[in-house]
Ligand binder design. Structure first.
Ligand code: PMP
Length: 424
């Protein structure tokens, strides 16, 4: 068996991304999509929870472990140099992919949750005091609520929440009214994982900046569907998870503007985040290493690099158009079903349809869909305040990835027909 180095596997990006995305061809890159579940072909519609991985990503992981595995930043031997080059190369490619000014603005973390916790800890603690205010939105995932809530409790600060309308769109007039001279930061998601709403984060960043307030974007669902240019968005922090963008689990990114990162104290402490240590005094390393204490997830970064190359090669605009078409088709087909109610009907949406079926608990819907090989998520989607806003305990969520096609929607609709026949 020959093993390819991750450098060779990961970065075969064509000079120019194609204008049209060929989902049928892309499906062949994802072996899991050819498997059977309960004897039925898998219809994977749980992409908001995690995406499947293309061969290009898994080959990069295997290639890394079989040819280049070593610890980074500390060895003088060849393998350590290779691993370091791959790890720092991944950082540079991610920086380029999201439009960061330089690789030092990219911090590797476990995922979105850790990225937000890092900001709460290292930016929040020194900058938020008693009586100050933090603005989040009613559309947030728990991971962009609880860390801010804890910070506010610790500091005696106040959490203010941007409300939404019945379509699941944030009320921007209300947002403007929430600002005061005590507002310290705004934290909102790019795309809601529960409703699919795309938030106007560039506009929201401009409003915050007009008052000298920084803005963090939870991009866990934004980057996979929309791509991102952090400079065009004008955000100060952007957090995302590799596993939701076709990369491995356990790797994610916090983008932070250099100006802010350079003033933030460390998050965790230990190896790699220091320049020198004596018992009297430690001199810290510079960002991004300052925020990456301990041995990092090198293989994860290599896999993320391969996923970035994959998305870049396919063309994020082409992927977006394809996904919009599938979402529109699904919205039409589900909208035609009797007794089915869609939650989240924002004019700008990506990736997600949340719904309930009259007379059937969402968990029962999910269980019956599973017997048909259709994987969806049911529950509150780690966004309980959204469920409360709509007065429901849970929804069924079908969420789409680049490899989903209209036939997947047809399979979902057929399986929902089976749910109906069971509960008639
Ligand atoms: N924010 C949003 C909008 C999400 O969808 C998720 C994952 N469901 C997260 C944050 C948390 O991401 P992770 O679990 O990868 O840290």
């Amino acid at each position: 068996m020959t093993t390819t180095t991750p450098e060779a596997v990961g970065r075969s990006r064509p000079a120019k991304a194609p204008a049209v995305f060929d989902a049928a061809a892309a499906r062949k890159d994802f072996p899991i999509l050819g498997t059977l579940v309960r004897g039925k072909p898998l219809v994977y519609l749980d992409n908001a929870a995690t995406t499947q991985k293309p061969r290009q990503v898994t080959a990069a992981l295997v290639g890394y472990y079989e040819t280049s595995n070593s610890n980074v930043h500390r060895g003088v031997h060849r393998l350590s140099e290779t691993a370091t080059r791959l790890y720092e190369g991944a950082r540079a490619h991610v920086a380029e992919f999201i439009g960061a000014a330089e690789p030092a603005e990219i911090i590797f973390v476990r995922g979105t949750t850790e990225a937000i916790n890092l900001v709460c800890h290292s930016w929040g603690r020194p900058n938020v005091a008693a009586g100050d205010e933090v603005i989040i939105s009613g559309l947030e995932h728990h991971s962009n609520i609880v860390p801010w809530q804890r910070l506010c409790e610790e500091k005696g600060a106040r959490l203010k929440v941007i409300p939404m309308n019945d379509r699941g769109e944030l009320l921007l007039d209300e947002y403007e009214r929430l600002f005061s001279d005590r507002t310290r930061i705004v934290a909102v998601n790019h795309v809601s994982n529960a409703l699919g709403t795309i938030n106007p984060v560039a506009e929201m960043a401009a409003s915050a900046h007009a008052r000298g307030v920084p803005l963090l974007v939870d991009g866990a669902q934004g980057l996979p569907h929309l791509g991102v240019d952090v400079r065009a968005l004008g955000c100060d922090f952007y957090a995302f998870s590799g596993h939701k963008m076709y990369a491995p689990m356990g790797i994610g990114v916090l983008f932070g503007r250099k100006e802010l990162l350079s003033k933030m104290p460390p998050y965790q402490s230990g190896g790699d985040m220091i320049k020198s240590v004596t018992f009297d005094r430690t001199i810290y390393n510079d960002p991004p290493h300052l925020f990456e204490a301990g041995t990092p997830n090198v293989a994860g970064a290599v896999g993320l690099d391969a996923a970035v190359a994959y998305l870049g090669g396919a063309g994020q605009d082409a992927i977006r158009r394809h996904e919009e078409e599938v979402l529109e088709y699904a919205t039409g087909r589900l909208g035609d079903m009797e007794g089915l109610r869609i939650y989240g009907t924002a004019r700008e949406k990506a990736g997600v349809i949340s719904f309930t079926m009259e007379g059937v608990h969402p968990h029962d819907v999910g269980t019956i869909l599973d017997t048909e090989g259709v994987a969806v998520r049911t529950g509150h989607h780690c966004a309980q305040p959204i469920m409360e806003r709509f007065g429901i305990p849970a929804t069924v969520r079908a969420s789409f990835g680049l490899y989903n096609v209209k036939a997947d929607v047809d399979a979902l609709v057929a399986a929902l027909g089976k749910v109906r026949s069971v509960f008639r």
